[in-house]
Each structure stands twice: as structure tokens, then as C-alpha cells.
Design a binder for this molecule. Structure first.
Ligand code: PGA
Length: 267
């Protein structure tokens, strides 16, 4: 795991943007896994800006959304399809046929989930999966106790997740209790994972995921087993980490390692 601690949210988004940009330079038809929530909005804003300025071209980009509320139509104002369209997809030059998302009202749920998994496989898998983290440690909508082997499926949301998502809904409007989400097993197959977190309310989930045991009680702790994961945090989200100094040291020495390994190869 690479733990990157930045000063503020804007710096987190800049770091994530650069990682995605570098991947796009190597592979224009890269496959990006997209999370909803407040966390990735700044990254999408930077990608949109770069696309508008002609620096990055998304005509070959393929995207897969991470999750969706069960029972909401695609056009529902609070559906994640609406959210992703509004905050990212509609503002870039992506082809409609390259946008993939889970449907909130599929005719056959099991078949829909299975087809989604097959679709991800058919494009060669996800190159970069963007993730936020719930204050209970969830990734996607994989709540605590989700199996590490889980695939795309229906999940029941915890009361705290329902409460946390309430502010997106109008007063009196019910927050859905069920969702469809890529499974932990699905997420773990992404080649690179970027987990972003900012703010004090994420500090427990962050420390438990990075420095605690790998346990289904903290779904994001599974990322300790992924070969290429970058966790990008602000000072508040990182505040309970015990090995902060080491993470800074490693990050600052990264350029040095690249130089050192080049030198070894050429000697
Ligand atoms: P947030 O949600 O980005 O709105 O904090 C993250 C999550 O619940 O996964």
C-alpha cells in the first residue's frame, strides 16, 4: 500500500488526477471504475477541466459505476446514474456506449449483476478503481461483514449509511435501504485502486483499514492484500495513523528509488 498524506482536499484530488492522467497517457482506452459520494467530486472536476482544455481526451475511455440504489429509476434525481452523469459523464467527451452502470430497477437482479461482471471482464478489467470510504469502513456499498469474495449483488445498507446519505434526499423522502454494489472480490480485481478520504469523520475508518487487522468488519482493510493500492488522505483523515512519518518518508523518497533502480540497471 502506498499511503499519501496531503495538506488538503484539493491536493488529494490533484494527486489522484495525475495518477489517472499518467495511466491515460499509456492507455487512451483505459477502464475507470467510478465511485459516487462527495469524495471523488474534485477529481472529476479536474478531469473535466483537463478534458475541456484539450489536455486529456476521453473518446476511448470506458467507465463502470461502483454501485446504485435498488428501487430508483436511472432518471431519479438521487440515483447514482443521475449523479455520475451530472458530475462527470455529461461533461466529458465520452461515448455513450462506453458508460456502464448498475440499474436500480433491473428486470432480473441476479442476471443483471452477472452481466455487469461479464462486461467488466470483456473489456479486460478495470485499470483504475476510484473509491471513497464510509465512516464504518465500507467500500462501494460493501458494508461491514461483506465477504471478501463477494461479487456484484444486492446489499442491505446499514442504518449509519442510510443516515449519512439522507442529506441527498428531500425532507420526508425515504432513503433506499437496498442497493446493488460491485463486490469486494470485484473491486479487488481492479489493477490499481485509489482510495481517497478527507475529514475528521473518516479518521477511524482510515486507521482501522491501514494499520488494523484485515477483517470483514472493516471492509477497506482488505486493500492491505491488493498489490497496487494508493490511499490518498488529508491531514484530518490521516490524524490517527501511527506510522505517518514513515509514509511521508517513503513518499518523499519515491523519486530517489526510481533514480537508484535506474542506476543499478545501468551499472
Ligand atoms: P462520501 O461517501 O464520499 O460521501 O464521504 C463515501 C462512502 O460512503 O463510500
Amino acid at each position: 500500500m502506498e499511503i499519501i498524506i496531503k495538506n488538503d482536499y484539493d491536493e488529494i484530488c490533484t494527486e489522484a488526477y495525475h495518477i489517472i492522467y499518467q495511466k491515460w497517457q499509456q492507455k487512451n482506452n483505459m477502464v475507470l471504475g467510478c465511485a459516487t459520494g462527495r469524495t471523488p467530486l474534485g477529481v472529476y472536476a479536474k478531469l473535466i477541466d483537463s478534458n475541456k482544455k484539450g489536455k486529456i481526451n476521453f473518446s476511448e475511455l470506458k467507465v463502470f459505476s461502483l454501485d446504485e440504489y435498488l428501487g430508483l429509476k436511472e432518471t431519479h434525481p438521487q440515483s447514482f446514474a443521475t449523479y455520475m452523469n451530472k458530475h462527470f459523464y455529461q461533461q466529458i467527451n465520452i461515448k455513450k456506449e462506453n458508460i456502464h452502470g448498475l440499474k436500480g430497477m433491473p428486470e432480473d437482479i441476479d442476471e443483471h449483476c452477472w452481466v455487469y461482471e461479464s462486461l467488466i471482464k470483456s473489456v479486460g478489467g478495470i485499470d483504475i478503481q476510484i473509491l471513497g470510504i464510509g465512516s464504518n469502513g465500507h467500500i462501494g456499498f460493501n458494508e461491514p461483514s461483506s465477504s471478501f469474495a463477494s461479487r456484484t449483488r444486492v446489499k442491505t445498507l446499514t442504518k449509519e449509511t442510510i443516515k449519512a446519505n439522507k442529506h441527498y434526499f428531500r425532507d420526508g423522502e425515504e432513503v433506499p435501504r437496498y442497493c446493488l454494489t460491485m463486490g469486494i472480490g470485484t473491486i479487488m480485481e481492479a489493477k490499481t485502486i485509489l482510495l481517497l478520504a478527507f475529514g475528521k469523520n473518516k479518521e477511524d475508518a482510515v486507521v482501522n483499514s491501514i494499520e488494523g487487522p484485515v477483517t470483514a468488519s472493516v471492509p477497506a482493510s482488505v486493500l492491505q492484500l491488493h498489490p497496487d493500492v494508493k490511499i490518498i488522505l488529508d491531514q484530518e483523515a490521516a490524524s490517527r495513523l501511527k506510522r505517518k512519518d514513515y509514509y511521508h518518508w517513503v513518499y518523499n523518497k519515491k523519486k530517489g528509488i526510481e533514480r537508484y533502480t535506474k542506476k543499478l540497471k545501468s551499472s
